[in-house]
Design a protein around this ligand. Structure first.
Ligand SMILES: [Zn+2]
Length: 478
């Protein structure tokens, strides 16, 4: 059999690919509850984009099925096994400051600029055109190939949850919704709350503090579990120390540590502000946590009994503890990297709740039960209760699985580059498939414009990705 020049075959469809992608991007498929209804649970724009993708597939000869507008699929080929390609037709809101209108899909300096260009409508169309290349060549397939189009990947993933309640899980598959070469492993993700009610604290029976410097009235830092907080505020009622003395101690602390913040005496209270550096909770050591830094200072004061417990727990287990070492849950994994711990939200009310909200990401070689039990035990000693808010288990496909090795081979053949496989701390759509990886569309070294103003995909990359997906579909399903 003669070898197929996939890029050459793809180039024959180039003009149609670009024009169809532009039309697809011109549909504003942003979540819109106001226009939601039967068959369009996330609004009219998303419904329209879903129909557009299905139409292109139908015209290419695929059979389609709509799952109540939550998701839909388009299928071709034959055989027992099913190769899945999972992508999404919804986009995040466009925001401000674009240099060309976000739904005009203009081509500027070789860039196709539009909301959804790289995430994920451009690559969705690339994958559909890849199938058109395979179909056009009339190549024999021994498996079925199915496009699954999700509709709320950017919000709650109800689409895939609903879809897989009734529809077949592909034998294996990929999602063109992240990076090339290939993401095969994703850490487990947990959002959890450690909270101590006032009643629970009273049951601890901590003895009253005789000579407190101050009483902690309230404490607040952070808004989201997956971000390092960049602001923290503590309100103190001076007792043994006067306002001025507390302000001076804080200012001295800031000077010595190089941290930024302010102190003000206000009415009968002293208010302390700390400024940190906010980064994504995936890699908290790159930031400066304003919340734990401020509690670290408070730990140098003698506070009332309840605050003393709160501040000590934070200082011992959370301050600069990005890997859970002090808690006893630090765990490194050669493949997937270390467990990471981010203290994203810290709140304290003297007569109300005291809490920490954490985002913990862990590799597959430590069990959720193991680390969460240890964490719960540590904080139970201070009357904190652990509640899991959200938990996604680690996702990993064996690096020797034919899905991985085949896609690596395809990538290398077409780019001439080595296809190193990647493990990440985040989550891709690939984890919705039992055996699923993320494969493109962003090539190594390209800036990621997803979710930003002037989102774009290079036209050349759109074509290149299409050629790669065409060979991938053929090699996986042949
Ligand atoms: Zn996406």
């Amino acid at each position: 059999m003669t070898t197929i020049n996939w890029l050459e075959e793809t180039n024959k469809l180039k003009d149609e690919l670009i024009a169809t992608t532009q039309d697809f991007l011109r549909i504003k498929s942003v979540l819109d509850p106001a226009t939601a209804g039967e068959g369009a649970p996330f609004g009219k724009g998303i419904r329209e984009a879903l129909d557009f993708a299905l139409d292109v597939c139908k015209q290419a000869g695929m059979t389609t099925k709509d799952v109540r507008g939550y998701a839909a699929h388009a299928e071709f080929g034959q055989g027992e096994e099913l190769v899945g390609i999972l992508s999404h037709v919804d986009v995040v809101p466009e925001g401000d400051g674009w240099s060309t209108p976000p739904y005009a899909a203009e081509i500027v300096d070789g860039k196709l600029v539009a909301r959804g260009a790289i995430d994920d409508k451009g690559p969705t169309m690339a994958a559909i055109f890849a199938a058109k290349v395979v179909l056009g060549l009339g190549l024999p397939l021994s498996k079925r190939v199915r496009f699954i189009f999700g509709t709320d990947e950017e919000s709650s993933w109800q689409c895939v949850k609903t879809y897989f309640e009734t529809e077949e899980m592909p034998t294996m598959g990929f999602t063109p919704d992240a990076d090339f070469p290939l993401i095969y492993a994703e850490k487990g993700l947990t959002d959890l709350t450690l909270s101590q009610s006032y009643e629970a604290f009273q049951k601890l029976g901590a003895s009253a503090v005789e000579q407190a410097d101050a009483k902690l009235v309230s404490f607040q830092s952070g808004l989201r579990m997956n971000m390092v907080p960049d602001k923290g505020t503590a309100k103190l009622a001076p007792q043994g120390l006067d306002s001025q003395a507390i302000v001076e101690r804080y200012e001295k602390h800031l000077e010595q540590t190089g941290l930024k913040g302010q102190a003000e005496a206000k009415d009968s209270l002293v208010v302390l502000h700390m400024e940190g550096v906010s980064v994504h909770g995936m890699d908290p050591k790159k930031g400066v946590n304003a919340g734990t830094e401020l509690l670290h200072f408070l730990h140098t004061l003698t506070l009332d009994a309840r605050a003393a417990v709160y501040v000590a727990a934070a200082d011992c287990y959370l301050h600069k503890q990005h890997d859970g070492q002090a808690i006893g849950i630090a765990h490194d994994d050669e493949e997937m990297g270390a467990l990471t711990l981010n203290t994203g939200v810290l709140e304290y009310e003297a007569e109300g709740d005291a809490l920490f909200r954490l985002n913990i990401r862990y590799p597959h070689s430590i069990s959720f039960e193991k680390w969460s039990t240890t964490l719960a035990d540590r904080f139970a000693a201070a009357a904190f209760d652990l509640q899991v808010v959200e938990h996604l288990t680690p996702h990993r496909v064996d690096p020797n699985h034919p899905l991985v090795t085949t896609l690596q081979k395809v990538y290398t053949e077409q780019t001439g580059e080595e296809a190193g496989i990647i493990a990440i701390g985040g989550a891709t759509y690939g984890r919705s498939l039992d055996v699923g990886v993320a494969f493109g569309p962003l090539f190594p070294g390209r800036p990621d414009s997803a979710h930003q103003r002037d989102e774009y995909i290079l036209v050349d990359d759109l074509v290149k990705a299409t050629a790669i997906y065409a060979q991938a579909i053929y090699e996986l399903a042949k």
